[in-house]
Design a protein around this ligand. Structure first.
Ligand SMILES: Nc1nc2c(ncn2[C@@H]2O[C@H](COP(=O)(O)OP(=O)(O)O)[C@@H](O)[C@H]2O)c(=O)[nH]1
Ligand SMILES: [Mg+2]
Length: 263
């Protein structure tokens, strides 16, 4: 049985997350570790055009705001600041569910230039879910002050997605950031995100799970990523999928998920 894909219509996908889109609006998600300047970027891009509330069914705060860039209307959705997307907290779950099921046109991951190695963990996790990523390498002034040089061109090549240097507090680099995000969202820039490859036995197990869950998931859900989560024993992704796509095949999907686990 195939999923009848009610979220194929993107408007329905956004509605499930309590977002109302105006016509031709692009949806951009803003992710990042705490304290990287995410709110500063959000405020600088959206100005006073902001709205806050909770994520549906959660006590996690959400800010959304709009801006126009090169005549394109953009809705910016601020995700909770997280170190990972492994869904061990409500914050991580909200961020993960939106990236996997909310279908943003692009994602900005704000990273701290003074401790990139820690921040790249989240960048790699986001790039595992979606290729439409732009990294905002923020706090470049602070990095320079500490004698840390970040070559964002090399970083862009290594990661396979645009990495834009910024000093968000001073508004530096934000036009370039908006340009890159718009180009990625509209497919003008096609990224090739570096993928984490796991040990062969993990890859083989993931591929087997992937082939079993494929019939129950719409094509736009990242099957490999869901398979990897199931391999970790994280059934909460199945629950999130059912909550967002619930359409009768959920029992079968649950059985498949549990069967994976029963072995
Ligand atoms: N030096 C410097 N400070 C920044 C920059 N961007 C943000 N900040 C400061 O970093 C702190 C944390 O920023 P905030 O936007 O609240 O971070 P969030 O936790 O990621 O939302 C604030 O004091 C900001 O003013 C930057 O580019 N350079
Ligand atoms: Mg913040």
């Amino acid at each position: 049985m195939n999923v009848t894909d009610k979220s194929c219509c993107t408007a329905a996908a956004y509605e499930a997350f309590g977002l109302k889109l105006s016509q031709n609006q692009l949806v951009i998600a803003l992710a990042g570790n705490p304290n990287t300047g995410k709110s500063t970027v959000f405020n600088a891009l959206t100005g006073l055009k902001q709205h806050t509330g909770n994520w549906p069914g959660k006590t996690v705060l959400r800010a959304e705001g709009t801006f126009v860039h090169r005549n394109k209307k953009i809705l910016l959705v601020d995700l909770p600041g997280t170190y990972s997307l492994l869904a061990t907290s409500a914050d991580e779950q909200v961020a993960r569910d939106f990236l996997c099921l909310g279908r943003p046109h692009a994602v900005i991951v704000v990273a701290d230039a003074t401790c990139l190695e820690r921040n790249l963990n989240l960048v790699l996790q986001v790039m595992e879910i979606t290729p439409k990523v732009v990294v905002c390498v923020n706090l470049m002034d602070e990095a320079a002050r500490r004698g840390i040089k970040v070559d964002t061109e090399v970083l862009s090549r290594e990661l396979g997605v645009p990495c834009i240097p910024t000093v968000a507090r001073d508004g530096k680099g934000l036009t370039e950031l908006k340009d890159a995000v718009l180009d990625v969202a509209r497919g003008v820039i096609v990224t090739s995100p570096r993928q984490v490859s796991y040990e062969p036995y993990v890859e083989q197990a993931a591929a087997r799970i992937e082939s079993r869950i494929r019939p129950y998931l719409p094509g736009w859900v990242n099957h490999r990523w869901v398979a990897l989560r199931l391999l970790e024993g994280d059934m909460s992704i199945i629950k999130a999928i059912i909550d967002h796509l619930g359409n009768g095949s959920e029992q079968l999907l649950l059985q498949e998920g549990s069967a994976v686990w029963a072995r």
